[in-house]
Design a binder for this molecule. Structure first.
Ligand SMILES: Nc1ncnc2c1ncn2[C@@H]1O[C@H](COP(=O)(O)OP(=O)(O)OP(=O)(O)O)[C@@H](O)[C@H]1O
Ligand SMILES: [Mg+2]
Length: 423
């Protein structure tokens, strides 16, 4: 698939423009803080209507402006479609993040009932320094990584995820009310059970989908990890269905490990992969339902839902040692690269078309061996958009095939005549 052009208005620091892209290699060249990553983020936004960088969509609107939009022309499956997201601040608040935000999705100029219409159309795979958070960051980075892939391959996941988020927030509201009231009646218990059931059924679906995805990504990632480590390092993964930051409820000890109910994806651990994959979403939901009963009063005391996929984590191991804790910097970089290359290979297989590659200043961070593996893996017929501060990372041969764009203070300009038209 290819992005033919990108049209931007008031997205982050970018000036309004329409940029035509080459179906091959595109290089965005610019100094720090000029808008290179913002341009890639704008493209990624059209894949899932979310971005990994923004906590709230209002952050995407240019400061002091009230609205923003991104539009792309996408060529995929021999079709040409115009995908567009418009953001409009409607609240009176001076503080952008506190105002109300209207988000409109358009496909070929037709307003869509929800962002779901975008799912499974544009499939980008990005490589950024931000990816190191997959190992070094908090659990949210790892959950978001899996969920972003699931949104792309499984359009129904959008509803499951958004319903789950709604149930969590409504359930949290009820927990808060019960806490403030200071007592829990039988009717309250019944109401909580209704929410619990909804929560667990959706949680079972999310966890099951995540586990299936890990199971598909892991063999591919293992293969890359083998290549990068000369066959000496075995990558494995655990999915932790986890209670975090919690005290022992009996008050006897402070051992948080006791509270972790662990679902393992490693053949070396308690469950075999086969056993795990046989565990269906209802069984997962049931085990969570039991756990919720045990944590009823702790959840009320904390006024929040403490168990479920919004709290889970994924842990990576190299030769059975936890990679985030024991891995060297180089090993951690290799794992991240192996995981991202696995994502790329998986999505390419799944769609029978190559995703659009967004490489955000990553070559500079990789040593020659990893650079080589990355370039070999992407250097086929894939459309690639690379940002960089220097052209010195690229060979003359690579540069001769590339279309160059200059990014300066939010302005993107062609450096070759055929590359761009600025509106
Ligand atoms: N909503 C916004 N409105 C205006 N400017 C913004 C907004 N959000 C971010 N910026 C600014 O955009 C600028 C460019 O950010 P970007 O991450 O694209 O830089 P970059 O060119 O990728 O730089 P680097 O090479 O350091 O990664 C930053 O200075 C940032 O403060
Ligand atoms: Mg950047």
């Amino acid at each position: 698939m290819k992005v033919k052009y990108v049209k931007i208005e008031n997205f982050r620091n970018l000036e309004s423009c329409q940029i035509n892209l080459s179906p091959g290699i595109n290089i965005l060249l610019g100094e720090n803080a000029q808008g290179k990553s913002n341009f890639l983020e704008a493209i990624e936004f059209l894949a899932t209507a979310k971005t990994m960088r923004a906590n709230h969509d209002s952050e995407l609107i240019k400061w002091k402006e009230k609205k923003a939009s991104v539009e792309i022309c996408l060529i995929a499956n021999n079709n040409e479609d115009i995908l567009k997201i418009e953001l409009k601040q409607t609240g009176e608040s001076q503080n952008q993040s506190k105002g109300r935000l209207q988000k409109t999705i358009k496909i070929n100029d037709v307003v869509q009932p929800s962002a779901r219409a975008l799912m499974g159309r544009l499939i980008p795979v990005s490589f950024t320094s931000y990816d190191m958070n997959l190992l070094r960051g908090g659990p949210k980075y790892r959950r978001d990584w899996l969920d972003m892939i699931l949104l792309k391959v499984s359009p129904g996941f959008f509803e499951i995820e958004s319903n789950y988020e709604k149930v969590v927030s409504q359930r949290n509201r009820l927990l808060k009310t019960l806490f403030e009231r200071g007592r829990v009646s039988v009717a309250d218990q019944d109401e909580l059970v209704v929410w619990d059931k909804q929560l667990c059924l959706l949680a079972g679906k999310i966890i099951k989908k995540r586990i299936q995805l890990i199971d598909q990504l892991l063999p591919i990632a293992k293969n890359y990890q083998n290549k990068l480590s000369n066959e000496s390092e075995e990558l494995s993964v655990n999915y932790l269905f986890k209670m975090r930051e919690s005290k022992d409820l009996s008050g006897q000890s402070d051992d948080t490990d006791n509270l972790d109910s662990e679902i393992s994806l490693s053949t070396k651990d308690k469950f075999s992969k086969e056993e795990l994959l046989l565990l269906d979403e209802i069984e997962i939901a049931k085990s969570m339902f039991k756990l919720l009963k045990d944590y009823r009063f702790e959840e009320i005391r904390r006024k929040q839902s403490l168990i479920g996929p919004h709290r889970d984590d994924i842990v990576f191991y190299l030769n059975d040692a936890e990679a985030a804790t024991f891995g060297s910097q180089g090993q951690q970089r290799s794992i991240v690269l192996a995981l991202k290359l696995a994502e790329l290979e998986y999505l390419t297989d799944k769609f029978g078309e190559s995703p659009v590659l967004l490489l955000d200043d990553v070559l500079a961070e990789l040593d020659t061996k990893r650079q080589k593996l990355l370039i070999e893996s992407v250097n086929t017929d894939k459309q690639t958009i690379i940002t960089t501060t220097h052209l010195s990372h690229f060979s003359d041969d690579y540069l001769s095939q590339a279309h160059l764009l200059n990014v300066n203070k939010g302005q993107i300009k062609r450096t070759k005549e055929e590359m761009a038209t600025t509106s």
